[in-house]
Design a protein around this ligand. Structure first.
Ligand code: AMP
Length: 430
């Protein structure tokens, strides 16, 4: 491996890409603020056991796990929820509920690199902790819808399901949690036939096989129709019926909120993480056949980590894929373009004066870059033209005698002499 290349699956973000990524991040931060989610910062390195406990086989085997120099078994976090659940079970145990928490950062999975799949990727995570109510699930869906809107995405839909449907059926057939997980993993990979075979091998009844077979096929955008059909098919399985009813309440509440997005309900939908207990969902855009984000309800995880029984629902917004979706839909994010000033001395003698002026301008919030290459004014202006600079301030000894400098509007290609004490106002007003 050449030491001068990024490690497979890892990326550098050059300024333009970094700007796009930070733009997505800023939108997720603003959204957190709007919905009352407060930020927490948790470490990238966590105990392997914490991260492995409920993440699911698929993620578990792809963790960057190692022993640290103190002999501790640790791993780079592959997701945020385990860390959040740890916080709620320990340091935030006594905080009043509900709690709305936000976190953003990089995660690590030894996935096979491909379009939209990297070994280091970014998520913005929102967790609503303490409520079992469908309005909490609805809030997470609405927040996701709002994010899509704020990023300017079009034609997106949310694929929605409820793990209680399949788990309810299997539980009533006495299939243990771990064995259910196997079936759910196969469903997550859309291997419906294999999932049926696995269920058969676990000794479920013929009635169960038929039910599962039917349920796996039920999907559609007419939500009430799909839920009705699912309910008819699972009517012999009490907790599966309750799951459908719960999904109906959540989707109806969301609809009534006026959040206008398409929902695709899939009765046999599963997601890789094992800790989900209720509604699950993923947003998609037509240009990409990978989920942009993923979320759902996990009512048992905090308890599993030694906390009080605490219901929770959350979503991990995949920032890399959201940035890709913005690009795919071929529009540039509206990154606000502010003033950008270069300040150029005519001759070395004025270097100190230029530095002094630059500090004063920055002091009132104007971004300034100083000419540090010792170039002539015309060369420095040529360079400024290439860099999307809005103004150039040219500092010459003649003008300085009258406490003035030359201010050039780079877009209009006009310049005038202005008093130094008026300089910042002049820059801000044009
Ligand atoms: P998950 O935790 O697997 O449900 O993932 C939630 C979201 O995180 C996905 O929808 C993706 O947007 C993002 N994500 C997960 N794994 C990767 C990866 N290897 N590369 C890029 N994004 C990822």
């Amino acid at each position: 491996m050449s030491p001068f290349r990024t490690v497979r699956g890892m990326r550098d973000f050059l300024p333009k890409e970094a700007e796009k990524m930070r733009y997505v991040e800023q939108v997720t931060r603003d959204l957190a603020q709007l919905y009352g989610y407060r930020e927490v910062i948790t470490p990238i390195v966590e105990s392997y056991d914490l991260l492995a406990a409920k993440s699911g086989e698929e993620i578990r085997k792809r963790m960057y796990a190692f022993e640290d120099l103190g002999g501790r078994r640790v791993a780079l976090r592959p997701e945020f929820t385990a860390s959040i659940a740890r916080l709620i079970a320990t340091k935030m145990r006594n905080e009043p509920k509900p709690m709305r928490l936000f976190c953003v950062g990089s995660l690590y999975r030894y996935d096979e690199p491909q379009y939209g799949r990297f070994r280091e990727f970014w998520q913005a995570n929102y967790e609503l902790i303490g409520s079992t109510k469908p309005e909490a699930d609805a809030e997470i869906l609405m927040l996701t819808y709002d994010l899509m809107e704020k990023l300017g995405l079009r034609n997106y839909w949310l694929k929605i399901g409820h793990v209680g449907i399949i788990r309810g059926i299997l539980a009533q057939e006495d299939v243990k949690k771990e064995q259910q997980n196997m079936v759910m993993q196969l469903l997550d990979k859309k291997q419906w036939d294999e999932a049926l075979t696995a269920a058969r091998e676990l000794g479920v009844s013929q009635r169960c096989v038929t039910t599962l077979k039917n349920v796996f096929k039920i999907r559609g955008k007419d939500v009430s129709q799909v839920l009705k059909k699912t309910e008819e098919n699972v009517r012999d399985y009490e907790s599966a019926v309750a799951a459908v009813e719960n999904l109906r309440e959540i989707t109806e509440l969301t609809r009534k909120s006026n959040a206008k997005f398409e929902m695709l309900v899939e009765a046999g939908f599963a997601r890789g993480l094992e800790y989900y207990t209720g509604m699950i969902f993923e947003p998609y855009v037509p240009e990409m056949n990978i989920a942009l984000s993923g979320g759902g309800r996990y009512d048992k995880l905090i308890e599993l980590f030694g906390g009080e029984p605490t219901p929770a629902v959350g979503v991990a917004q995949g920032m890399d894929r959201l940035a890709l979706a913005v690009k795919k839909q071929k529009f540039s994010p509206k990154i606000p373009e502010g003033k950008r000033v270069v300040i150029i001395p005519i001759g070395e003698k004025l270097r100190a004066r230029v530095l002094e002026l630059s500090l004063a301008l920055r002091g009132v919030g104007i971004p300034v870059e100083v000419e540090v290459m010792g170039r002539t004014v015309s060369k420095a202006l040529q360079d400024a033209d290439r860099r999307n600079v809005t103004h150039a301030v040219i500092v010459g000894s003649e003008e300085l005698k009258e406490n003035k400098v030359v201010l050039r509007d780079m877009k209009k290609r006009e310049q005038k002499t202005v008093k130094i004490r008026n300089l910042s106002q002049e820059i801000l007003k044009t």
